[in-house]
Design a protein around this ligand. Structure first.
Ligand SMILES: Cc1cc2nc3c(=O)[nH]c(=O)nc-3n(C[C@H](O)[C@H](O)[C@H](O)COP(=O)(O)O)c2cc1C
Length: 366
């Protein structure tokens, strides 16, 4: 068994599933990591920690009911951190005071969202331009709660010039855990990930760091932990593609044979997602379009030519959609083929044909 030697790893945080292994977390993803998706993930193998989608904090904000449900009805058996996005000190204080009445592991501050609509309001990734503001927000939240206080951020806005100063603030305000996406805000989602910057954070700050950005498989998780010294990994898009990833990471570190899903398992996962994401207000086509957003990621590991993705995106009805799934995942003994561990090269989770919702600060089709 591989044991992490980073002594910063366990202090204060809720017990991980397996002591001594790198910690894992499901990355918060707006419009994805709600109650239902977290439950689906927990059925395939939970991470150590979950994070909610972000609660918006501003002068007239209320705790959004659907996000709150992921806390009050959490069925994963694992701790969940409540993420906030905002910059107004009185409203952040009010929101923290409301949230700490609920069964959360702690409060998480979003300093990474790259959507222009968001960063232009100086929240999310926009905060990374203003070190003084970060200082006052971290001070306020730290004072407002005795619960754990964690931060999720990127390595800078358009440059990494502020990075060292921000890391000093993470120490100054005794943040309990830093999830660090190794890209700047301007780099969005597709550039290379600057793991050296994650290493720099690990070497500078006193709390554990979860490395984030393109952790695509258990092997990649191990590589990143070894090369950054991070206390663990936070996985986003690859957990949508491969919900077995947290279980596989644990198996890899335990020296056990890693579970290898077959295409039939993927077909069953799609059924599970279909049921989990169903809402009465959806039309059949609306529901299928929503499902396609998840399948955009799943399809990256189905076939190396992207045929499944190409056809799936064009399905016009539920029947057509599931026929395409059956063709690629079950027919002609394909059910017995293994689902690729990594996304196939050059197969990109690109947009559906329907117009992306402009209001979403994160686009699932990034
Ligand atoms: C659809 C989508 C929604 C996201 N929503 C959030 C969010 O609400 N809060 C947040 O901190 N990050 C959010 N992110 C960023 C992810 O948490 C993560 O940092 C990023 O996807 C990089 O990790 P990955 O390469 O494992 O996906 C979102 C990303 C995606 C793709």
């Amino acid at each position: 068994m591989t044991v992490i030697e980073n002594s910063k790893a366990v202090k204060n945080l809720p017990e991980p599933i397996i002591q001594g292994q790198p910690m894992t977390a499901l990355a918060p993803m707006q419009d994805v990591t709600g109650l239902e998706f977290m439950k689906v993930i927990s059925e395939y193998g939970s991470p150590d920690y979950f994070f909610t989608e972000y609660f918006r904090v501003h002068v007239s904000s209320n705790l959004e009911k659907h996000i709150l449900n992921s806390i009050t009805q959490n069925q994963t058996g694992r701790p969940i951190f409540a993420q906030l996005i905002g910059e107004s000190l009185p409203d952040l204080e009010r929101t923290v005071n409301e949230l700490i009445k609920y069964p959360i592991a702690g409060i998480d501050l979003n300093m990474g969202c790259p959507a222009p609509k968001v960063y232009k309001k100086n929240v999310g990734g926009g905060l990374l331009r203003d070190v003084k503001k970060i200082d006052s927000i971290l001070e306020l939240i730290r004072k407002s709660t005795a619960k754990l206080f964690t931060v999720k951020m990127r390595i800078g806005f358009d440059t990494t010039d502020n990075f060292a100063d921000i890391l000093n603030l993470i120490n100054k305000h005794k943040i309990d855990l830093l999830s660090l996406h190794g890209r700047t805000v301007k780099e969005m989602y597709r550039s290379e990930v600057h793991y050296k910057k994650i290493k720099q954070a690990v070497e500078t700050i006193n709390c554990p760091v979860l490395a984030n950005g393109n952790i695509t498989s258990a092997s990649k998780a191990k590589w990143v932990v070894e090369n950054t010294g991070s206390a663990g990994v936070m996985v986003g898009r690859s957990a949508i593609r491969n919900p077995w990833i947290f279980r596989q990471i644990r198996e890899k570190y335990s020296g056990k044979k890693m579970y290898q899903p077959k295409l039939i398992d993927v077909r069953n996962y799609i059924d599970k997602l279909y049921k989990a994401t169903w809402q009465e207000r959806f039309t059949e086509q609306g529901h299928i379009n929503r499902l396609k957003k998840f399948l955009n990621f799943i399809g990256q590991s189905v076939d190396s030519e992207g045929k499944f993705l190409h056809q799936m995106r064009r399905a016009q009805s539920k029947k057509e959609f599931f026929d395409i799934c059956d063709d690629h995942l079950i027919a002609n003994k394909r059910s017995e083929l293994y689902f690729a561990n990594e996304p196939f090269e050059k197969i990109i989770a690109r947009p559906n044909h329907e117009k992306p919702n402009d209001d979403l600060s994160y686009s699932i089709v990034s």
